[in-house]
Write a protein that binds this ligand. Structure first.
Ligand code: SF4
Length: 218
């Protein structure tokens, strides 16, 4: 599938996902528009369902308005606020370290480049790209498991890891889709093009999809 064809089906998907729930980082943007809160929601959301992340954020954001606020609470208390997101103990540790690093390295501001963001505890490329695009409206391509899986199933990329997918997409994806691709494909991947048993018979783009590596139902 070339970029023109991908762009066409992306337009269909963009309309399609409007009926689904908004992914959590976008939700936080709508609710608070705070780059700090978007960063925290994104850190918490790794390997966690959006609904669980949204609940933890609600709890946490009542007490935490800025990074410094983490200093007022013990690690145990931050763990409690983050529960039950996946790996909440590790994530709580990262959140506890955040104010000191932001103060020392970034003058208490959330950095706005990929290279700087990945220096923060618990922030990998995926989180950094998402924060860039959602919080700062900058060009980032956040490739998570959904983006990696779906772009491969569609035959738009042929890659083995999310990192390879990000690099390929940086080469060929039209710039205007960079910021949208995560939001659209996450919603589509959670609801239709699911990891196991994708709902191909109900999929709006079934005719155009080569279904690469999708196992047929027996
Ligand atoms: S046809 Fe199936 S594999 Fe292709 S995008 Fe739709 S759900 Fe995914």
């Amino acid at each position: 599938m070339n970029s023109k064809e991908f762009e066409k089906i992306f337009l269909i998907l963009e309309k399609e996902v409007k009926k689904f729930k908004v992914p959590v980082a976008e939700l936080v943007k709508v609710q608070s528009n705070s780059s700090f809160h978007i960063l925290i929601a994104t850190i918490l959301s790794a390997r966690t369902k959006d609904e669980t992340t949204a609940k933890a954020c609600e709890k946490l954001f009542k007490k935490i308005k800025q990074a410094k606020d983490f200093e007022k609470y013990s690690l145990k208390e931050i763990e409690k606020m983050s529960y039950p997101v996946g790996f909440y103990k590790t994530k709580a540790k990262h959140l506890k370290q955040l104010p000191a690093i932001l103060e020392k390295e970034f003058n208490n501001k959330i950095p706005e480049t990929l290279e700087e963001l990945i220096k923060l505890p618990g922030v990998g490329r995926k989180t950094a790209n998402l924060v860039l695009s959602v919080a700062f409206n900058k060009e980032g391509i956040c490739v998570d498991t959904h983006v990696h899986r779906i772009t491969n199933r569609l035959g738009y990329v042929k890659t083995k890891t999310p990192f390879e997918t990000e690099m390929k997409l940086r080469e060929k994806l039209p710039k205007k889709l960079w910021r949208k691709i995560n939001y659209v494909l996450v919603a589509f991947g959670q609801n239709t093009c699911t990891p196991l048993s994708p709902k191909c018979s109900k999929c709006r783009i079934e005719k155009q999809c080569p279904k690469i590596n999708v196992k047929k139902k027996r």
